[in-house]
Design a protein around this ligand. Sequence first.
Ligand code: MN
Length: 321
Amino acid sequence: MSNLDREAVPALCGGRGFVVAEPVRELLSPRRVKLGESSEVRRLLPNLGRRMVGAWCFVDHYGPDDIAEEPGMQVPPHPHMGLQTVSWLHEGEVLHRDSTGSLQTIRPRELGLMTSGRAISHSEESPKSHARFLHGAQLWVALPDGDRHTDPRFEHHSELPVVTAPGLKATIVLGGVDGAASPGTTFTPIVGADLALAQGADVRLPLEPDFEYAVLSMSGEAHVDGVPLLPGSMLYLGCGRTELPLRAESDAALMLLGGEPFEEELVMWWNFIGRSSEDIAQARSDWMAGTRFGEVKGYDGNRLLAPELPAVPLKARGRMR
Ligand code: MN
């Protein structure tokens, strides 16, 4: 998905400034962002109170939306730089096309993982014939400096490892949990896991004390470390935990996001992550000139134009509130 926010406020991320070294319970409220005419997403990262969780730097939760009589998701070709995108669905399907020639339908609990490296462009749309409901999350992972110029590529993993405990089925999206590892390519120590909890579940999930974590609620009524978490909200958990208590009042679905605190300082603007204002300005002008980001073939419609750059130069710095 694209950041379709026409205001495209720059976010300055990274650094250790606001990593919380000990366990905390910090509730992050979503910001509602309009995508197109009808659909709306809940943006959890970047958030007024928090920019990143490990290398996770962007989290949108959308749906469930009834799109039976609608075209559904229609995100025209747009560019990315310096990041990976993770497409994660609970209901419906998304047809992905990109400038490396990928054409892939992504279905619930399959991993669509796009590594932009130095430059890629893609489109995402609901297929013409689609399921009634669309429900999912779109997430971005920042690439470290040594890998941010890598070749663009797309991976689709329909079989992901699953860890089970009484009342819990954890699907490993990225990284590893309890010895089970996702086949998705990663560039920093990171984890993403889909946690399906059955009503009445009361479990403890093993965590890495060096990682910082957050949990996104996607559906149902769950308590995360004792805090009731409503769908579309996120709980930041800090570092220093070896396990996470989870309870479910009803069937519920959560996403665990974590990783080693991302120490490099970043500039994030529109669909780009760079290290300087110049990186971002160059990417914008290359996209507008039709160079560098390749071509998405087969999408029925025009590509997205970049918003105007802010008048004030962007400067990378630490995590800020
Ligand atoms: Mn995108």
